[in-house]
Design a protein around this ligand. Structure first.
Ligand SMILES: C[S@@+](CC[C@H](N)C(=O)[O-])C[C@H]1O[C@@H](n2cnc3c(N)ncnc32)[C@H](O)[C@@H]1O
Length: 238
């Protein structure tokens, strides 16, 4: 996959603060209805990095979950619909994906999702310790080449932040269909002292956790005969 780089505004966000995001921020021109959702709904649902996560939800949830790179938002909308008592923060710089999530939010009348429409790395450091019940990183960009390893989302600094933010016994759910990405995801999380891989048998990484729904990337992987796996980690105590 060839991606333009440098200072192209389609690839660098308004808050980038020197962090380079290597994915796409824009895709096809949005239909009027989708642009209307972005203009009308996003400002009211945007995650505020200056405020504590819990105060951003009207129901002060005990459990808050973060999905990093929610793509079209299929999973985020489904888990949020299944847990109206909880709060969900989704981070996704790809604006067409954000518009797609907003459509799910409208269609299902969801009120427990806040959206960070930029690079997740910009909000992690500002979040308080142990504020999350769990996090999802589903089908991250695989960056299989060794020379692109620094672009992988589960870099040590991000995993350290997730270890700080996920409370003891909270969950970190990872998924991939890409052989190289499966191995770097597993290696990163297994070698982190604060996370424990909960799998006991192959079925535990072969079967999609019941609460999650197939995402766009998962469906594409299955159409193209790639095998998705799910890796469930628990944040250790202490
Ligand atoms: C391969 S897609 C998977 C999307 C979705 N999880 C799914 O399963 O359909 C990876 C997503 O991660 C997003 N992403 C990459 N780097 C990110 C970052 N630093 N912060 C937030 N999202 C990121 C990309 O924009 C892209 O939408």
């Amino acid at each position: 996959m060839t991606r333009p780089e440098g200072n192209d505004p389609d690839f660098q966000g308004p808050h980038s603060r020197g962090l380079h995001f290597y994915g796409r921020r824009k895709g096809r021109k949005l239909r009027t209805t989708m642009q209307g959702l972005l203009d009308g709904r996003l400002p009211t649902l945007r995650y505020d990095p200056a405020a504590a996560p819990v105060v951003q939800f009207s129901h002060s949830p005990d459990d808050i979950f973060l999905e990093i790179g929610f793509g079209g938002g299929e999973n985020l909308a489904a888990v949020a619909a299944a847990r109206p008592d909880a709060g969900f923060i989704g981070a996704e710089p790809f604006i067409n994906g954000v518009a797609s999530l907003l459509r799910h939010i409208e269609d299902q009348a969801l009120s427990n999702i806040r959206i960070w429409d930029d690079d997740v790395r910009l909000i992690l450091a500002g979040m308080p310790e142990a504020c999350l019940a769990g996090a999802y990183v589903l089908f991250p960009d695989p960056w299989p080449k060794r020379r692109h390893a620094a672009r992988r989302i589960l870099a040590p600094a991000v995993l350290d932040e997730l270890a700080r933010l996920i409370r003891p016994e909270g969950s970190l759910v990872l998924a991939s269909d890409h052989p190289v990405a499966k191995s770097w995801l597993l290696q990163a999380a297994c070698s982190h002292p604060d996370f424990r891989w909960t799998a006991r048998r192959p079925a535990d990484w072969r079967a999609r956790p019941q609460a999650l729904v197939p995402t766009r990337y998962m469906k594409k992987a299955e159409r193209e005969s790639r095998i998705p796996n799910w890796f469930l980690f628990e944040r250790k105590r202490g």
